[in-house]
Design a protein. Structure first.
Length: 263
């Protein structure tokens, strides 16, 4: 059995998320189909985590396991073969040989997401932003953002909390800043709950609008509220930014995946 570590970028607009589904087009499904053609063998493709429909990835990490017929391709050959057949909105950035027991999800120690909120209408960036028409108080949003760091119960910010094994998550980093025509939110944690990031963003926007105070936002981390479900941000502005493994350094200051000028 050969195992490769693959780093992939993709635009999620046309896909029903990462995870393979029997009657929907997904990123994992496309990768698996193409890898089987390149390697002439059945394959196992597993990602570091699932991204929902419409969510993008700057550097998703996956493992690819197979028993290829004949001589196995080296990483450069495998990368070229995959990219030759993949659709235009999925691109393999890097392929490396991995240990036989490497598992993209189980071995990951941290995941980082970045969300782009547009402060103006844009003709080109609609698939990559959430345009909020209201003027946002970025200072208040930053104050609320700081409350996310640490170990909290995120039951208010996830889908179907009663079905989760645990809604406790340790957030190692959360930051928010204005950049050009964007407000960027970045969060890093060991794992995330379903829709957690998008609901945090939606609640932060309510803080920015002035309809929720930073203190009220913090209260949702202490007791359950169903309000964030109604504020769920759209998937278009969300990017899986980085996945870290043992010994890898966290990313630097947040940067816009697709910058937008102020005017």
């Amino acid at each position: 059995m050969r195992v490769w570590r693959i780093e992939v970028e993709y635009e999620g607009t046309r896909y029903a998320g990462w995870q393979s589904q029997p009657h929907a087009r997904t990123v994992q499904g496309e990768l698996s189909k193409v890898a089987e053609q390149v390697l002439s063998a059945r394959v196992e493709v597993g990602g570091s985590g699932r991204t929902d429909a419409g969510v993008h990835a700057l550097r998703q990490v996956a493992h690819l396991k197979a028993n290829p017929k004949g001589r196995a391709p080296d990483p450069a050959q495998l990368k070229a073969g995959l990219n030759k057949l993949l659709p235009h909105d999925i691109n393999v950035l890097r392929v490396a040989n991995a240990q036989p027991d490497f598992h993209a999800r189980h071995d990951a120690v941290a995941r980082y997401y970045v969300y782009q909120i547009a402060q103006r209408r844009t003709a080109f960036g609609k698939p990559f932003v959430w345009w909020v028409r209201d003027r946002l108080d970025v200072r208040s949003m930053s104050a609320a953002c700081g409350l996310v760091v640490g170990r909290h119960d995120f039951s208010s910010f996830c889908e179907s909390p009663s079905e989760q094994r645990s809604t406790l998550v340790e957030v190692g980093r959360a930051e928010l800043k204005a950049e050009g025509g964007l407000v960027l939110f970045r969060i890093g944690a060991s794992h995330f709950l379903w829709k957690m990031v998008r609901r945090i963003v939606g609640a932060l926007v309510e803080v920015g609008r002035g309809s929720v105070s930073a203190e009220e936002f913090g209260g949702m981390l202490e007791r359950y509220s169903n309000a964030p479900a109604a504020w769920t941000a759209p998937p278009s502005g969300l990017f899986l930014e980085r996945v870290l493994y043992e010994g890898e350094a966290p990313p630097g200051p947040p940067r816009a995946p697709f910058p937008l000028s102020a005017e």
